[in-house]
Design a protein around this ligand. Structure first.
Ligand code: HEC
Length: 203
């Protein structure tokens, strides 16, 4: 094979007719009369190539190390006014539906209101991160009274008084219970570390 290649590289280069071959070209491989040259790459090509390497370093640090905003969170931020308007519209319609509660769960200001109310009223039994204690874990996929938005709303509003879960509707009012439900919906299936073992039916 080596002798074969050597024989080939001694051949005069086949003229291409477009002035590509020069006597300075070095043939590094030649197989079946196809010759690979070791030409210096054009400067514009090398500059572009080095620029992508430098760019990738900045890109890596911005997004992987310094927490630069990813496309999902940028999308969620840009959609906030739309989602908030949808939540307000469904709230004004009056009916507490799963669709309405899910819309509230995408409205950041309602979720943060719910987070504050949860910290005041619920953490003593469900833990600050929702992992549970006296009450069940709210971050797993198992639910004693149902994990659908309207079921969770009903449990929080009516309570399970014979089991030690307070009826919050009369105490806090419907709007606050809706906000807390919105926050609880954001905790579903996040499975916080150190949470209580699942109770009820996985959904
Ligand atoms: C005094 C303790 C206590 C407080 C405070 C409390 N809970 Fe509970 N919660 C419980 C207990 C106990 C249960 C389980 C009831 C059962 O076994 O049926 C429960 C159940 C639940 C469930 C149903 C979970 C499931 O698996 O279906 C939800 C949702 C819930 N609580 C939300 C809340 C929210 C929101 C608050 C605050 C507004 C709150 N709880 C405050 C004790 C508490």
């Amino acid at each position: 094979m080596a002798a074969d290649n050597a024989a080939h590289s001694k051949h005069a280069h086949i003229a291409t007719g477009v002035g590509v071959d020069t006597p300075a070209d070095t043939v590094v491989h030649a197989v079946d009369d196809i010759e690979e040259y070791d030409n210096r790459l054009p400067n514009w090509w090398l500059l572009t190539f080095y620029a992508t390497i430098i760019f990738s370093v900045g890109y890596f640090f911005h997004y992987q190390m310094l927490g630069g905003e990813n496309t999902i969170s940028a999308y969620e931020r840009e959609m906030q006014p739309v989602w908030a308007a949808e939540a307000a519209r469904l709230r004004a319609a009056g009916a507490v539906t799963p669709q309405m509660l899910l819309a509230l769960a995408r409205d950041q200001s309602i979720v943060s209101q719910g987070r504050t109310l949860f910290a005041t009223n619920c953490v003593s039994c469900h833990a600050a991160n929702g992992g549970g204690g006296i009450g069940p874990n709210l971050t797993d996929n198992a639910w004693i009274h149902g994990g659908a938005p309207d079921r969770i709303y009903r449990t929080i509003s009516n309570g399970v008084t014979n089991k030690g879960m307070v009826a919050w509707g009369p105490q806090l009012g419907a709007e606050r219970v809706q906000a807390i439900t919105a926050f609880v919906l954001t905790m579903r299936n996040t499975n916080v570390a150190g949470g209580r073992a699942p109770q009820g039916t996985p959904e």
